[in-house]
Design a binder for this molecule. Structure first.
Ligand SMILES: *Cc1c(COP(=O)(O)O)cnc(C)c1O
Length: 409
């Protein structure tokens, strides 16, 4: 008899985006003449940088000719790309990371979801609330939790984000082994400072824990005092894995390319205390289960590191940051407390009402779609996330409508 992995039965169906879609559809049916503006989903809206597109086309042409055709590439990614990443994203910022420590993949979602399988079933996992759901659900699937009760899985140590801590959780009050962090954060837009991140690195060193640092939004950091990579923090090379993606930084959500950095000095332990290099485990996992990102895509990403490519990526993130600044300014002017929107494309707004009530209010009064904070965890209740991924025109119009609707209330 073929049995299932019963851990899957513990998963809570995520109704968040389908519930949003249902409410939006019924509103649209009732008001067919209203133009709805979507500031809900975390996906980019602008085209790939032209530098990437040109390189992409050239690489496709190489595939059309026997003389330049390429078959399977290295599972870890082509050296031309890994070297550029090591140099521009790390060494030039004073972070000691080599090309051999970079693993190219087709997404930070897969990598941050897959990484847990190289660790023991019994590790104690700490996960922020509110959170990007991948970290939690992949640990549930792997059987690291008990059942779901009162909005939480048993066995997970939840790191609570609150107004008081600015959605940068305090260190856990009991020992944990595997810690997920994401900054600048999705959904809250909060950015961590170097001293705050240093406290986590010190905690991990002291407890022989490992940090899983999701830096998918690093390209939105404009405040030079904030870390763009965890390896700017002393000691992080021993205790941190970093996930990066070209999805939000260069518009690759539909084209797919990301990478994970596993320093050769990161260690994990056997039951008897003997240490093992995390790099060798991840190398084994990656080369066994993954066959590389397509060659033209890696060439397209490589071009994002040219002078022109870097300028264009900067322009892309600047564009969304202008939207974020406008959203933040308008919500703040109406008296709402906001987190994020300065070094991040998300603005997390405290509504002082139920998340879904706030969502309905914006939809019905302004025809604007946001994301209810409660969908990201218990600590998200009372908040909404507004995304800056849309055109200037749409964001301007959305903010005018919101201002008009909420001021006349
Ligand atoms: C969008 C996003 C990613 C990127 O995922 P990809 O699979 O690379 O597209 C990773 N982490 C967070 C928190 C995100 O919001």
């Amino acid at each position: 008899m073929i049995r299932i992995n019963e851990n899957y039965r513990k998963l809570q169906a995520s109704y968040l985006f389908s519930d949003i879609a249902k409410r939006v559809n019924s509103f649209q049916q009732a008001h067919p003449d209203r133009r709805i503006i979507k500031l809900g989903i975390g996906d980019v809206t602008r085209a790939l940088p032209s530098a990437c597109i040109s390189a992409f086309h050239r690489a496709v042409d190489e595939m059309a000719d026997d003389a330049t055709f390429r078959g399977y590439g290295p599972e870890q990614g082509y050296p031309f790309l890994r070297e550029k990443i090591a140099r521009y994203d790390y060494q030039e910022r004073g972070a000691d990371i080599s090309a051999e420590e970079v693993f190219i993949s087709d997404g930070a979602k897969c990598d941050s979801g897959n990484i847990q399988e190289i660790f023991a079933d019994s590790v104690v996992v700490a996960i922020p609330d509110p959170v990007y759901p991948v970290y939690l659900d992949t640990n549930v699937m792997a059987g690291r939790t008990g059942p779901y009760k009162d909005g939480r899985y048993e066995g997970i140590v939840y790191l609570e984000g609150t107004r008081q801590n600015g959605f940068i959780p305090d260190l856990p009050d009991r020992p944990v082994d595997l810690i997920y962090l994401c900054y600048p954060n999705n959904p809250t837009g909060a950015a961590i400072t170097k001293p705050q991140l240093k406290a986590w690195v010190d905690y991990a060193r002291k407890h022989r824990a490992l940090l899983l640092y999701d830096a998918a939004y690093e390209a939105f950091v404009r405040d030079e005092s904030l870390p763009k990579t965890i390896y700017e923090i002393d000691g992080a090379r021993e205790v941190a894995i970093e996930f990066r993606s070209f999805s939000k930084t260069a518009g690759f959500t539909g084209t797919r390319c990301a990478f994970t950095v596993v320093p050769k000095s990161c260690q994990a332990y056997m039951a008897d205390g003997q240490s093992v290099l995390v790099h060798s485990l991840w190398l084994r996992r990656h080369t066994t289960k993954f066959n590389g990102v397509s060659y033209p895509v890696q060439r397209a990403v490589e071009a994002a590191y040219d002078e022109e490519g870097r300028r264009q990526c900067r322009e892309l993130t600047d564009y969304y940051l202008e939207n974020a600044a406008l959203i933040r300014e308008k919500m703040t002017a109406m008296g709402y407390d906001c987190i994020g929107g300065e070094n991040s494309p998300y603005i997390w707004v405290q509504g002082h009402i139920d998340s879904w009530k706030f969502f309905d209010l914006l939809l019905e009064k302004a025809g604007v779609v946001c994301t209810p904070g409660a969908g990201f965890g218990r600590c998200g209740e009372g908040y909404i996330r507004i995304s800056a991924f849309n055109s200037h025109e749409n964001v301007q119009q959305a903010m005018n409508r919101i201002t008009e609707a909420l001021s006349s209330k």
